[in-house]
Design a protein around this ligand. Structure first.
Ligand SMILES: Nc1nc2c(ncn2[C@@H]2O[C@H](COP(=O)(O)OP(=O)(O)O)[C@@H](O)[C@H]2O)c(=O)[nH]1
Ligand SMILES: [Mg+2]
Length: 433
């Protein structure tokens, strides 16, 4: 017993430092735990208020992806499991539009009307008729200089018209890519109006050509494209071979429709390369336009189908569908277009309301083959001619309209949205010769 008491004494003596240190550590741990719990409760409150805000905000409801990002949750699925309907983070749509998303913007734009208008749209709105004409003339200057300087040099030093002169005129017009048949017709016209042996000048020949070209445009289908449509959505399918400027033109068209206070949705049905989808997404973000897109490699018809469904649900004025132009062979390309057409008419029987072929003015005579190839599978309702600024062969429009009687809807003279404009035959003729 005595031994036990001695051992206990020893143990108590040896653990005294431990007991002492407990008096320092216990309060320290308590203070630490208390501060951790205060920080944690603050964070919890913050998250709750963000969730509440998102749930109450109708604009956020329309954008499940943005909401999912903020809450770090998987997005709520829509009609198609693979579909990705993107809405830019800051909505910059113009007011007076009809879709649900855009109604919310109207409230925002009442506060700061200018702040919500994308710069591409305000640039288009600010461009007056005269401003555009200058831009267009500048774009067409290579064609005009080529034609007028050549015609002048053909006539210089000659007082009477003869077959040699007519032959030179034929070659000059042919080089401007007007197309053989149309050039034959134009030269015959000069022959009739200024008979061989009569006095002539470069101005007289130019005036004669202008009249005839104007005539071609007035005889063919050339009513201006109705900006306002009764269809909702008006589905515009944009086709053309690789690199002609389809995606860029779609972006520009989006800006033009917004400038006219119409709502727009894009559909990225060129799924051949991820870059093509991204290119359209960049335009959509820039303009504050909704876009329906799948992953690259997806079935383009499925994307187009989802695009139409979404555009119908949101009642947008215009749905513009981008398509691929780089398939391995013509048959594959055309089969795909036919499938897209078939599929989109399921839900919207009259769709596509417009099928626009984009042709690149720098490709010259090839443009005629492209019109022929595409008219075999789709009923083209219009043509967009791009890159008129990069060529002296801007005469391609005359040949296309004369041969195929398909209206030219828009012309492009540069890469900016304001470089695209509705085609005006008179402006074109005066900028060309
Ligand atoms: N200079 C000029 N370049 C253009 C015009 N339209 C498109 N481009 C350019 O042409 C290239 C191909 O355009 P893209 O839209 O990708 O062609 P897509 O393959 O048919 O979709 C891009 O570098 C565009 O910026 C235009 O009117 N003028
Ligand atoms: Mg493209």
């Amino acid at each position: 017993m005595e031994d036990l008491i001695i051992k206990l004494n020893e143990l108590l003596y040896s653990s005294t430092p431990v007991i002492d240190s407990i008096w320092i550590w216990v309060p320290a741990i308590c203070i630490f735990l208390l501060s951790v719990s205060i920080i944690a409760s603050d964070r919890l409150f913050d998250t709750k208020s963000t969730s509440k805000k998102l749930a109450e905000d109708p604009s956020s409801k329309a954008d499940q992806h943005e909401k999912a990002q903020l809450l770090d949750k998987a997005p709520q699925k829509e009609a198609s499991p693979t579909k990705e309907t993107l809405k830019p983070t800051s909505n910059k749509q113009t007011p007076d539009t009809t879709s649900k998303d855009i109604l919310v913007v109207q409230t925002k734009s009442e506060v700061a009307p200018q702040a919500n208008v994308p710069s591409d749209v305000s640039e288009i709105r600010a461009l007056t008729g005269e401003g555009w004409l200058q831009r267009f003339r500048k774009g067409m200057s290579k064609t005009k200089n080529g034609l007028t300087s050549k015609l002048t040099s053909i006539i210089t030093g000659k007082t009477q018209i003869d077959e040699d002169i007519l032959e030179d005129i034929h070659e000059t017009l042919y080089r401007a890519d007007i197309g053989t048949k149309t050039v034959d017709k134009l030269v015959d016209g000069i022959r009739r109006k200024i008979p061989s042996g009569s006095a002539t000048s470069a101005e007289a020949i130019q005036a004669c050509l202008k009249d005839q070209i104007q005539d071609i445009f007035s005889q063919k289908a050339h009513e201006a494209f109705p900006v306002k449509s009764n269809e909702q959505p008006r589905v515009i399918l944009v086709v053309g071979v690789n690199g002609v400027g389809k995606t860029t033109s779609i972006g520009k068209l989006g800006a033009h429709f917004l400038a006219e206070k119409q709502s727009v949705m894009f559909c990225a049905a060129d799924t051949y390369r991820a870059a093509a989808i991204d290119q359209l997404k960049v335009w959509a973000e820039r303009l504050g336009i909704n876009i329906v897109a799948h992953q690259d490699g997806a079935d383009p018809a499925a994307v187009a189908f989802d695009g139409v469904k979404s555009a119908m649900a949101k009642k947008v004025d215009n749905l513009i569908i981008d398509t691929a132009g780089r398939l391995h062979n013509k048959k594959e390309l055309m089969d795909e277009l036919q499938k897209i057409k078939r599929v989109i008419s399921k839900d919207c029987p009259d769709a596509p309301h417009e099928v626009w072929l984009v042709i690149d003015a720098t490709t010259g005579q090839n443009a005629f083959h492209q019109v022929e190839a595409f008219t075999e599978v789709v009923d083209l309702t219009g043509i967009i001619v791009t890159k008129l600024d990069g060529t002296a062969k801007g005469g391609v429009i005359v040949g296309v309209v004369d041969r195929y009687n398909i209206p030219v809807r828009y012309v492009g003279v540069g890469e900016k949205a304001a470089d695209l404009r509705a085609f005006e035959p008179e402006q074109y003729v005066s900028a060309m010769i």
